[in-house]
Design a protein around this ligand. Structure first.
Ligand SMILES: [Zn+2]
Length: 483
């Protein structure tokens, strides 16, 4: 059964439905605490897979895993003055059994304030550097007012790397490497396009020197930040005393960087961007089940078809994640169910196929049926898998590219953000703190359009006047509504 809500008509309702029990059963919001969801197996398997890809990537770059407790002593958050920005969002634990704790503990909103006091103890000498650790498969906690599975939660899945270098150069190289990690996994393997922006001075991660964040576009034209990497300079090092003795036995503060691919946000992009009105559409490499074998028969053929399906399942399982659905459900029900889950390839086997030594192969994205010989099946599967990724990537890129529009005037900016949305490119007087008033004006008068920053690595030159104040513009920035 197709989804009741149509993606083109009401993306928001469609997204809620596809995530739910009447859709692909990814997350259940009926857990009983707002903003805390129960993750269902299909979602966990998908997230674990790309989490493992990212783990392998950062480990090959010298990072090692660490795991820290969920509770953090109160004094930690007070050490770094700028980081106290997180305070209103903290969850606090005040009791242990029947007794009140002498000092309340907070649940980590992100890792800095729990990891850096330990770094201060672990790092001693220049020989310890670069010092590179990461945490994955953990949750963080923030008292958000509005919540939505995979987009905003009071508890959500988290991944963070934290590196300490002996100089700034090391940090800048690491930031570039983090962007490459996103490129290799999010764009190449998952088919999700994005831009890396240098965030404006007023929208940086609390305590960072520079924040670079990857924004993709959801089908409703709102941006979804799927990763960020930060140049922390020496600010945290000085606040948490992360120091080392250099070659001359002199105390030096470390230079730091942190990278956070958004495990939840990537899931939202994967579901929202590639999915259609029949359910998820998953790239072959990420799909928990890559191939489903469905028998198509009348009663008299049942035995022969069952035998052939089992045979194919056995052979293909050596190379792929395969499921032969031999359940008693009707063929129509099975088609719908596996389409809803986004399984990339469906093989149909019936008496006709058996007689001809052929298999009917259906790709999830275009749902076209082709007949392939049993002999070349493996090769045809690989071809279809590559074709699917190529096709959904192209579609996603086309949507992304056509939703970048120039806004020469404030009126045009308003029209773009109230219509198709997407990115509006505008001239702005500054992305330093003096430009904030103009960004505030943009946000107030476009019903929430935010300056996402300048495009990283492109050095786009401003030519006209600031869209908000009319003074000569210094930068071209991208404005969008966001999740
Ligand atoms: Zn201005």
């Amino acid at each position: 059964m197709a989804l009741k809500n149509k993606k083109e008509k009401d993306f928001s309702e469609w997204f809620t439905e596809i995530v739910s029990e009447s859709g692909a059963k990814l997350a259940d919001v009926r857990y009983g605490v707002q903003g805390f969801v129960a993750h269902r197996p299909w979602a966990v398997k998908i997230m674990r897979t790309y989490e493992q890809w990212i783990e392998a990537d950062v480990e090959s770059d010298g990072y090692e895993p660490i795991l820290l407790p969920v509770l953090v002593p109160k004094k930690n958050i007070e050490k770094e003055k700028e980081h106290v920005q997180f305070s209103p969002e903290l969850f606090w634990v005040e009791r242990m059994g029947d007794s009140k704790l002498d000092e309340p503990l907070y649940m980590r909103p992100t890792g800095e304030s729990q990891i850096y006091p330990m770094y201060s103890l672990w790092i001693r000498s220049w020989k310890d550097l670069p010092f590179k650790k990461y945490q994955s498969r953990i949750s963080v906690y923030r008292a958000e007012s509005t919540t939505r599975p995979f987009l905003r939660g009071r508890e959500f899945m988290f991944f963070e790397t934290h590196a300490v270098y002996k100089n700034h150069e090391g940090v800048l190289k690491q930031v570039t490497k983090d962007m490459k990690t996103c490129e290799a996994i999010v764009r190449k393997k998952l088919g999700i396009p994005f831009f890396f922006f240098k965030r404006p001075e007023w929208d940086k991660f609390a305590g960072a020197v520079d924040t670079f964040a990857a924004d993709t576009l959801m089908p409703d034209g709102k941006v979804n930040q799927i990763a960020s990497t930060h140049d922390l300079g020496q600010k945290f090092a000085k606040a948490y005393d992360i120091a080392f003795l250099d070659e001359k036995e002199q105390k030096q503060f470390g230079w730091q960087t942190t990278f956070g691919p958004g495990i939840w946000r990537i899931m939202a992009a994967l579901v929202g961007i590639h999915g259609d009105n029949n359910g998820l559409v998953l790239p072959f490499e990420i799909a928990p089940t890559q191939i489903v074998i469905l028998p198509v028969f009348f009663d008299k053929d049942k035995k022969a078809v069952d035998k052939k399906c089992k045979e194919l399942e056995k052979i293909l399982s050596e190379k792929f994640r395969v499921k032969y659905d031999s359940s008693e459900n009707t063929a129509g029900w099975k088609f719908n169910e596996w389409e809803m889950l986004g399984v990339p390839i469906r093989l149909e086997i019936g008496p006709r196929e058996i007689r001809a030594k052929k298999v009917t192969l259906v790709r999830r994205d275009d749902r076209k049926k082709i007949t392939v010989s049993e002999k070349s099946l493996e090769k045809e599967i690989e071809k279809a898998a590559a074709g699917l990724l190529k096709s959904i990537t192209k579609k996603a890129e086309l949507f992304f590219d056509t939703n970048i529009r120039d806004a020469e005037s404030f009126d045009k900016l308003k029209t773009i953000l109230s219509g198709n949305r997407g990115f509006a490119k505008v001239n702005l007087c500054s992305v330093e703190i003096e430009g904030q008033a103009c960004a505030d004006k943009v946000q107030a008068e476009t019903d929430g359009g935010k300056v996402r920053g300048t495009l990283y690595g492109k050095n786009e030159k401003a030519t006209g006047k600031c869209v908000a104040c009319g003074k000569p513009a210094k930068v071209i920035v991208y404005v969008a509504k966001s999740y």
